[in-house]
Design a protein around this ligand. Structure first.
Ligand code: PMP
Length: 367
């Protein structure tokens, strides 16, 4: 046992168990093909324009990146119709979540999160010794009324996610408006929209419009999901310029590397690729859901690029058998839903293979 004085909050954290890699699974089970459906990435990958651009190499990597992401900022601010100084970029939205907590939370404050939810919120709050108030989901959805009721004088941040991870459910326009109207203005409402592009238009809430009225709102989005560049680590937040400039002061200057900046710019220039991918993923999600329904397998109706499925008491065995056949999925026990699995929507032929294999295993282990 080490004598190094590790901070007590770190020792009390659960061990971080990294997801497996494709190479690792290939080697373990002697497989030629492995399909990673475990981390909600966009299996369709990035815009072909990015691949084309980088064929000639990376000319400027001897220099530090532009710490203010000027070109990207200009492009994104135009696209979103917000001012450049209301945007913050980070090494993934993960880092922005951490910075938000670092800037606001302390020992005597608390943060409210839906439960279960994306784990980074809790971890970043604990790092700042803040209390974490967990409000259970209701029927797999975030319970906005109970979240509002849980606010007390020390509440400093509330995390909401739409679509929610790991359920894929959304927060409606009425619920967002109810939250913003009823939450005190000294509490930062973080609306994490990492998966917003996968929501069909008729259910999409134009959250950006609330920024004019509510300077305690911070919206977070990412290039890791629909834009297909998770490996480059870049995400962003949009909020009041005053809040953003204070959080920015905490950031290390070069967290967004130059390759990620160029790739993000090229991604924003390829709307056709995005809408094609969105259409296919939504269509595939519907096919997948229909097939599960036919089989009487319970799942949560998803508005995202993944589905949470009830696999039953022997879900661990099902996950292992899927892995042996080259399909990596995320076990629900890591996500607050034991007995469930979370599966990313993939290419049509892979989805088809997965669905039939899963249904067979489901029948075998639930009979
Ligand atoms: N928010 C949610 C809800 C997520 O599921 C994820 C990634 N799984 C993130 C944020 C982080 O995304 P990134 O750091 O890749 O931008």
């Amino acid at each position: 046992m080490t004598n190094i004085k590790i901070k007590p909050w770190i020792s009390s954290l659960p061990e971080y168990i990294p997801g497996g890699t494709i190479e690792e699974i290939k080697e373990k089970y002697n497989l030629k093909e492995v399909y990673k459906l475990a981390s909600n990435e966009n299996i369709y990958g990035p815009s072909p324009k990015i691949i084309e651009y980088f064929k000639n190499g990376f000319s400027d990597i001897k220099y530090y990146p532009d710490s203010y992401c000027r070109q990207l900022r200009k492009k994104l601010s135009r696209k979103l119709g917000v001012s450049g100084d209301s945007i913050i970029f980070g090494n993934g939205t993960d880092q922005i979540i951490e910075m938000v907590c670092d800037a606001i939370l302390c020992k005597n404050s608390n943060v409210i999160v839906p439960d279960p939810t994306f784990l980074t919120y809790e971890k970043s709050a604990l790092k700042n010794e803040a209390e974490v108030i967990k409000v259970p989901l209701k029927n797999f959805r975030q319970d906005i009324k109970s979240i509002i009721k849980s606010i007390n004088k020390d509440t400093a941040v509330i995390f909401l996610t739409s679509p929610h991870n790991p359920t894929g459910t959304i927060i409606t326009k009425e619920e967002i408006e109810c939250a913003l109207e009823n939450i005190r203005k000294d509490i930062l409402v973080v609306l994490d929209e990492a998966y917003i592009e996968f929501v069909p238009e008729k259910y999409k809430v134009d959250s950006l419009k609330y920024l004019k009225q509510y300077d305690n709102l911070l919206i977070m989005r990412t290039f890791s999901k629909i834009y297909g560049i998770a490996g480059l680590r870049i995400g962003y937040g949009i909020g009041s310029s005053e809040v953003i400039s204070n959080i920015t002061k905490l950031m290390q200057p070069f967290v967004v590397n130059s390759i990620a900046q160029v790739a993000a710019i090229l991604s924003l220039e390829d709307d056709d690729n995005i809408s094609r991918n969105v259409d296919t993923i939504i269509k595939e999600r519907e096919i997948f859901s229909r097939r599960l329904k036919q089989e009487g397998i319970q799942f949560v109706e998803s508005y995202s690029n993944f589905i949470l499925i009830k696999a039953g008491g022997r879900s661990t065995k099902i996950i292992e058998e899927l892995m042996k056949k080259g399909f990596m999925v995320r076990g629900g026990e890591f996500l607050g839903f034991p007995g469930y699995i979370r599966v990313s929507i993939s290419l049509p032929e892979i989805n088809k293979m997965f669905t039939e294999l899963f249904i067979n295993l489901y029948r075998e282990y639930n009979s």
